[in-house]
Write a protein that binds this ligand. Sequence first.
Ligand SMILES: Cc1ncc(COP(=O)(O)O)c(C=O)c1O
Length: 362
Amino acid sequence: MKIFDLKSQYKEFGHIIDKKILKILSSGNYILGDNVREFEHLCKNYLNTKYTVSCNSGTDALVLSLRALGIKSGDEVITTPFTYFATAEAISLVGANPVFADINPHTFNINPKKIVKLISKKTKAVLSVNLFGQAAELDQINKICKNYSLKHIEDCAQSFGALFKNKQTGTYGDMGCFSFFPTKNLGCFGDGGLISVKSKKLYKLILKLRTHGGIKRNQHDLIGYNSRLDEIQAAILNVKINYVNSFIKKRKRIAEIYNKEIKNDRLILPFTHKHAQHSYNQFTIRVKNRKKLETYLNKRCIPFGIYYSKPIYSYNAYKSNGYKPLPMVEKISKQCLSIPIYPELPIKQAKNICKILNNYEG
Ligand SMILES: Cc1ncc(COP(=O)(O)O)c(C=O)c1O
């Protein structure tokens, strides 16, 4: 058993994908071609959003969005310290400073109540994260942003297909940034990303930023990036996007089994907000003595992941910035442990994991 099984989707769709890749290889058209345009169009329809721009990765999607909003050196962006490093890294990459708000220990997402106190004259945006496939409290964050004239960017790297109040994540904020890293709910066989955006002006700006500051040959209006999605990754995503709802359904089925069958007072199961429809990129439980549970699972060959073992401000890269520890994220990062969840995980194995967890005595 593995924490995720990246080969299984190739086994399932490889015969279709191989043909598409061979066609691209012989076409001579490898970058920003028909497959990329098709993918952007499919995502626009899937997300029910106004504009979509594909790019090289989820990290680039964040950087391009921050740049498009004019966020720069000296500015502050409020975000969560309990996420993958790239969320804060993107803020730093445009020269701005991440300001960390503590999390809600039940949903693991940024606590909207902690945001307002952190707003200063330098604050330009809130970068929320829909962690593990569950939307943050996007309506409340939007409200705060509106009241304080801030922009709201959603980091949707882990939440493709997740809903909040029946609307896709990535369509609440001014921009939604997606990753198609292979482990995501919709993953390619390399790196890929996409931005969902509401404003035509920002859309046009992101198109330029994505390709060295201009969309035409010999046009460079801005200092931009090389952040193009390639035709091969787009073709793979065009096949897989047709199945993303069934992938999420299978993840939800496994989560349902875990939620129903894990009965152990030592373990806290994930909490789903009443307005969120979780897409379970991760199934993350909590336990007081994690080291003991790790040893127990290792002995029984049950794979697990620790997402995330430290708040972002504790990494060496941010250590010298003088961030003060935040109580909830300190506690949760010591207790969290993610168990296997992916569409192809056999139900029998999921049930076996429940049994093993139920026998855990701490
Ligand atoms: C929450 C979050 N943000 C950003 C990223 C960065 O995405 P990518 O790896 O595609 O650059 C990830 C990737 O794991 C992520 O989980």
